[in-house]
Design a protein around this ligand. Sequence first.
Ligand SMILES: [Zn+2]
Length: 148
Amino acid sequence: MPAKPKSERKKTKLKRLANAKGNLVRELPAHWPRFATPDYYAWMMARMPKGAIEADWSKHQPHNSYGPIFWYEDKENTCVQCGVQFVFTKEEQQQWYEEYKIPIYAKANRCSKCRAIVRHDKRLQREHMMEMANRVPHPNQAFFKRST
Ligand SMILES: [Zn+2]
């Protein structure tokens, strides 16, 4: 096929640029990922499994992911701490990503029991630190303090 004349090629290029610009300018909420056109969203949502919960993108922590979460469904995982099989439920996921604003890249690695243990340990640590901060200083403390 012979090459098109230069003027013709330029016209084609301009047309393509105009089209691209038209595709970029769209009235979508600010939190929508750049690549997610309404068509793509509709196409994905048509494939949402039964019983899954639709994700509310406006409540997600801002991210640059090309794979945003469209819906939540129960996920099976193995606990890294005790090795037991557990289910990261869709309700928990919704709570994590929409209420607690945990980044969408995060996923549960521990079962709920181990998570409770970790939370308990952290609370104890926090309480201990508060106790240490509020305690009456030892009378000899000034002696050990560095004077600069
Ligand atoms: Zn566990």
